[in-house]
Write a protein that binds this ligand. Structure first.
Ligand code: ADP
Ligand code: ZN
Length: 714
């Protein structure tokens, strides 16, 4: 398993559950795999496929995605094909022949083809090792993406009783989960459920306040990043696209009103990094496997938490930090309520209201966003601070806002409870707005008493008063502010109100992504990747993921063995692209007088748990005889660093080894603190900080000790 993981995928360790799932499948048992987007589902069937003698058949609903997946596998040297309606007869014939010759490890196919009688017969003549049903929630009518053709999969077990079936989905709702198992008739299968916590996603809710400028401000520092901006209506999609294009951004629209060719074309150009931004309705996204979407912005309020979680889930599949920003306004909420109000089916109405209520609770609350999201999906999240949402990272200060509240409430009262937020604020600020003058509201007592705050600050206060229940929103089409019992207490009895201290109007998340890497080199490598990708007609991420390019821009590998240590580079990619990327890196290093840095996080023997080799076993025995490291090295005729790596591996494998006799405790303490401060991933900064009195070997041993402790706790 580990050899295959390294050789073909270029990874050294598994993501959570992958190893258990693969073992289950290799034992030829059915399995049900629940993992969020980016959790690493594909590997769960792709790796076993390489170890099985027959072919693995992957059922997928999305023809567009198949080519992409197959390209990705081929780039890793894995013989894979797809068969679907985009191919000609003679192409399909050739593919069938290669299946008959047992040359293919993975076949992608849509369910409707699987059950064409003639094709079914063909398949029954093949040696099939595994069926993997991707996006398996499509089989359930309760899911958000029911596809009738998936229903045919019910007879899979009947037709192929001996072949194990693996169902995969990122759908988090329990009802759908049960349905899938039932429909597919999975027998006595283990359910593998990964956490739905997407740690690398930063969740932020921002009051919607001049959204176009909020977007521009956010984009300014992210010109090269890929992102999706979701809007509610086609009209907003079009107008936002045009405006951003005029600002010089590379943007394309996507919505169901565009002709199919245009949609496909725009999607392709996004995937191939020809444009950075897609502005879209929720029609966009299913089947987007792009791993490096760095942000998802909800320009308008989504309709439900499920939808929101799915849409934001398209950010950061590659595990690098990415932002999910939602612009929240009561006007949007009101718009959705208005649409729901017009629905005819009472039951549908109730569900829609409930979904909206969950979502607005999520937006308004001052509770960790991650906690609420996970709660919603029935997963416990008990950490006091998630460190990656706006609530946890930017706790809000409160102040005595009684006077501000009284001004707003009294103004609502004096204009007769007939106007919306903006009008009230106009009056408070003494606007010469025609409507205000016509209504003679320039003569009331609260006219012009609110000059101490800006318009957006007044909006924020009003929003909060609504949240806190001091103001009622009413009206059919346009929201009107009204008073209630709670507001009377503030107005008449001087009850105190605490409000959030106003924010700086344009506060955006910091752009401290993934620490330090050489951004100039990263850009050069990205450009190189893009040129190669265009030449081969594949999306850039098929060649290398951003994660790999970033690591190159940290370690500056100068030769093939070092490049091989970069995460995500297996044998095939090394062979195909190694030289050309190395040349780019070495040229750059020469120009800038940079030397390569050791790549330690992926020591070939490092996080991988392998059976103890004879040579580490020998080191262990000598350690047990109380020899020093130097003595062991001498006795065995090996370099000290080799012995250290043996000890390191033994520690990580859980062997009870004390390093106290090798490194004095004060020194250990100091190394530990430095590792805690700077992180364990990269050694060079740690070594630089500690200075010449500390060796790489010492740091490695302490780090191994720390990691084995964390590992046990986990
Ligand atoms: P999902 O289908 O669950 O959304 P993918 O299979 O597309 O997830 O995997 C998400 C990302 O994680 C991909 O970029 C993939 O290459 C990467 N990945 C998967 N497994 C590993 C692993 N064991 N080590 C490193 N990266 C991995
Ligand atoms: Zn949080």
């Amino acid at each position: 398993m580990y050899k295959t993981l390294q050789k073909y995928f270029g990874y050294t360790s598994f993501y959570p559950l992958q190893e258990d799932i693969i073992k289950e499948v290799l034992a030829q048992r059915d399995a049900f795999v629940l993992m969020p987007t980016g959790g690493g589902k594909s590997l769960c069937y792709q790796l076993p496929a390489l170890l099985f003698s027959g072919v693995t058949i992957v059922v997928s609903p999305l023809i567009a995605l198949m080519k992409d997946q197959v390209d990705g596998l081929l780039a890793n040297g894995i013989p894979a094909i797809f068969i679907n309606s985009s191919l000609s007869y003679s192409e399909i014939d050739a593919k069938r022949q290669s299946l008959l010759n047992n040359e293919i490890k993975i076949l992608y196919i849509a369910p409707e083809r699987l059950f064409m009688p003639e094709f079914l017969q063909f398949l029954q003549g093949l040696k099939i090792s595994l069926f993997a049903i991707d996006e398996s929630h499509c089989i359930s009518e309760w899911g958000h993406d029911f596809r009738p053709e998936y229903r045919q999969l019910e007879i899979l077990k009947e037709k192929f009783p001996k072949v194990p079936v693996m169902a995969l989905t990122a759908t988090a709702t329990p009802a759908v989960q049960k349905d899938i198992i039932l429909q597919l008739k999975l027998s006595d299968c283990r359910i593998f459920k990964a956490s739905f916590n997407r740690k690398n996603l930063y969740y932020q809710i921002k009051p919607k306040d001049n959204p176009y400028h909020q977007i521009l401000h956010y984009l300014k520092s992210r010109k090269k990043d890929s992102g999706i901006i979701y809007c509610q209506s086609r009209k907003t999609v079009e107008s936002l696209t045009t405006s951003l294009q005029a600002e010089g951004y590379r943007v394309l629209p996507y919505h169901a009103g565009l002709p199919a060719e245009v949609r496909t074309e725009n999607q392709e150009r996004f995937i191939h990094d020809d444009v950075e931004i897609i502005v879209a309705t929720i029609a966009f996204g299913m089947g987007i496997d792009k791993p490096d979407v760095r942000y998802v912005i909800h320009y308008d309020l989504p309709k439900s938490i499920e939808g929101y979680y799915q849409e934001t889930g398209r950010a950061g599949r590659d595990g690098l930090k990415s932002d999910c920003i939602l612009l929240f306004s009561y006007a949007d909420k009101f718009k959705i309520e208005y649409f729901i109000h017009q629905k005819i089916d009472e039951n549908e109405k109730l569900i829609a209201y409930k979904q909206l209520r969950h979502l607005t609770n999520y937006c308004e609350g001052n509770i960790c966003r991650r906690k609420l999201l996970l709660d919603y999906f029935g997963e416990k999240f008990d950490e006091p601070n998630c460190n990656n949402c706006d609530v946890c990272l930017e706790p809000k200060e409160r102040f005595d806002g009684t006077i501000a509240a009284q001004k707003i409430l009294s103004c609502i009262y004096r204009v007769g409870e007939r106007f919306g937020v903006n009008y009230i604020i106009d009056v408070l600020q003494g606007s010469k707005n025609q409507k205000v003058l016509q209504n003679r509201h320039d003569t009331i007592k609260t006219y012009g008493v609110g000059k101490e705050y800006t318009k957006s600050q007044w909006q924020a206060f009003t929003r909060e008063l609504i949240q806190l229940g001091y103001i009622k929103l009413d009206g059919d089409k346009y929201p009107v502010l009204r008073l209630n019992e709670k507001s009377q207490k503030v107005l008449l009895r001087n009850e105190k109100v605490f409000l959030t201290k106003p924010e700086e109007p344009l506060h955006i998340p910091k752009d401290e992504r993934d620490g330090d890497y050489d951004r100039t080199l990263f850009e050069r490598l990205r450009n190189l990747r893009k040129t190669l990708a265009d030449k081969e007609f594949v999306p850039p991420y098929i060649i290398f993921h951003d994660t790999s390019l970033k690591e190159m821009s940290i370690c500056y590998p100068q030769n093939l063995p070092d490049l091989r240590k970069i995460n995500g580079i297996g044998e095939q990619k090394l062979h195909k692209y190694g030289e050309i990327f190395l040349k780019e890196i070495t040229d750059y290093c020469k120009q800038h007088h940079i030397e390569s840095k050791p790549i330690i996080h992926k020591h070939p023997e490092f996080p991988v748990k392998q059976p103890k080799t004879l040579t580490t076993q020998t080191t262990l025995e000598l350690y047990r005889q109380h020899l020093t490291l130097g003595e062991i090295a001498q006795q065995r005729g090996l370099a000290l660093s080799t012995i250290v790596s043996h000890i390191e591996k033994l520690i990580l494998d859980g062997e009870d080894i004390s390093i106290d006799s090798f490194i004095p405790p004060e020194k250990q303490q100091h190394i530990r603190q430095t590792l805690e401060a700077l992180g364990m991933k990269f050694m060079t900064p740690v070594k630089e900080k500690l200075g010449n009195d500390y060796s790489y070997e010492e740091i490695r041993l302490v780090r191994a000790k720390m990691m084995s402790k964390c590992g046990k706790e986990r």
